[in-house]
Design a protein around this ligand. Structure first.
Ligand code: SAM
Length: 409
């Protein structure tokens, strides 16, 4: 997993930070990641040595230097022992199941040696050629929070043992399986799975997106908070279960937070997370199951800050167009006029339906409806190549006024 935080303002050099934690692909055998340095080459690893200084770093540093960014920083967090989530393919037969990564460029599973758990579960692994069998993937996760086992012990216990022994299965570990009907079902561990990141408790279901490197994500969120002025309205696009938006709602006392996510499975985790937010939160919070590329301007209106966290392929072109449009200041007045007009006249049922919140929590304070357009764009990238290609097209937003960063406003 790679996480990079890019915040765009008129003076990008003041704001751009980056965190690169990618040492392995998103599918990494747990036994390998736990002792990476002495392991043989693994199909999921992008590089094997000098993890503290990946080869791509020189290119990234130069890239930002050319953009005029003078304070680019790089942070690896932990180099190994960081993975808290892994999705592994299941193939083979029920008496000799194989579980692991695919060999590079193939769908042949590289089996994790001595893994006995699947044989114990007695399920038929999926066969891609014949389309028969039951279990396609397993996804395992551990939390760093809310358990009596210390982190170091828990990691070693869970990952280095031959499977996921029941007696070592702390209350905050989980194994789910994806079956031939593509549904995720619980196999082992805690059904109600919680983590603590960005200052809030978050519920995480494997069927919705979750970051694999919890520590790096937490550190990124805490840095991200410092770029969001207090009391602002935030739109969190590609929001998953809304962790970014909800942590901002608490940490930056946002007046409103709107999360937009295409995967309906993330809704349940969002609702659970909301149930644990502090009572003091006075923010209008919503979660919408929608495609951000469909009428993207309708999501951006009324917010001061937009956070985008797209998949590896990067921003969808219609969203990029919308961001470019709103960043062009001379068109802003014109746009806000026409958009409020459009809002009054909007009749298309599919647009109205998409804008309807699947989850809506009203703030205690009644705020005046804002027609503002975002002044800050925060881009979280897990795909360097796509980010690099888009970088010249990503608009620069006006600088955040310094007085907006203070809590007393
Ligand atoms: C890298 S994940 C980020 C999730 C979330 N921000 C987090 O940190 O947990 C990208 C998310 O974008 C969602 N997504 C992909 N394409 C989308 C689209 N066109 N519209 C809305 N969400 C989309 C995926 O389902 C996934 O949850």
């Amino acid at each position: 997993m790679a996480l990079s935080l890019f915040s765009f303002a008129a003076q990008p050099s003041q704001l751009i930070k980056s965190r690169e934690t990618k040492t392995q692909s998103s599918l990494t055998p747990l036994s390998v990641s736990a002792n990476h340095n002495s392991s043989p080459a693994c199909s999921g690893c992008t590089h094997q040595w000098n993890l503290h200084r990946p080869v791509v770093l020189d290119e990234v540093t130069e890239f930002f230097r050319d953009l005029g960014v003078s304070d680019f920083t790089f942070d690896t967090c932990r180099l190994w022992g960081w993975r808290c989530r892994a999705k592994l393919a299941v193939r083979g037969s029920s008496d000799k199941p194989l579980v692991g990564l695919y060999e590079e460029g193939t769908h042949n599973v590289v089996d994790i040696p001595s893994c006995q758990g699947l044989a114990k579960l007695d399920v038929q692994p999926y066969d891609e050629d014949s389309g028969t069998g039951e279990l396609r993937y397993v996804q395992m996760a551990v939390t760093l929070h809310n358990t009596s086992l210390p982190w170091s012990e828990r990691y070693r216990s869970v990952l280095m043992e031959k499977w996921w022994p029941k007696q070592l299965c702390p209350s905050s570990s989980l194994c789910m399986g994806q079956f031939s009907d593509l549904e995720w079902r619980h196999l082992l561990g805690e059904r109600d799975f919680w983590e603590h990141v960005g200052g809030i408790d978050v519920a995480l279901a494997p069927s919705s997106f979750g970051q694999a490197n919890t520590r790096a994500f937490d550190s990124l969120l805490r840095k991200l908070h410092t770029y969001v002025p207090y009391g602002t309205s935030v739109t969190d696009l590609y929001a998953g279960a809304g962790v970014i938006g909800l942590s901002l709602a608490v940490a930056r006392k946002c007046r409103s937070v709107k999360c937009v996510e295409i995967n309906k499975e993330a809704k349940a985790s969002f609702e659970k997370t909301i149930s644990r937010l502090p009572e003091s939160v006075d923010s209008s919070i919503s979660w919408h199951q929608a495609d951000t590329s469909n009428e993207p301007l309708s999501w951006l209106e009324g917010s001061d800050v937009v956070v985008v966290d797209p998949p590896r392929k990067g921003l969808d072109p219609p969203l990029l167009d919308a961001l470019q449009t709103i960043a062009s200041s001379e068109r802003k007045a014109q746009l806000s006029e026409s958009s409020s007009l459009k809002e009054k006249n909007e009749k298309r049922p599919w647009i109205l339906r998409a804008r309807e919140a699947a989850v809506q929590i009203e703030s205690k304070t009644t705020w005046e409806k804002s027609s503002s357009l975002p002044q800050t764009l925060i881009y979280i990238s897990c795909g360097w190549e796509s980010f690099k290609e888009l970088a010249n097209e990503i608009p620069m937003f006006p600088d955040i006024p310094k007085d907006r960063m203070s809590e007393n406003d």
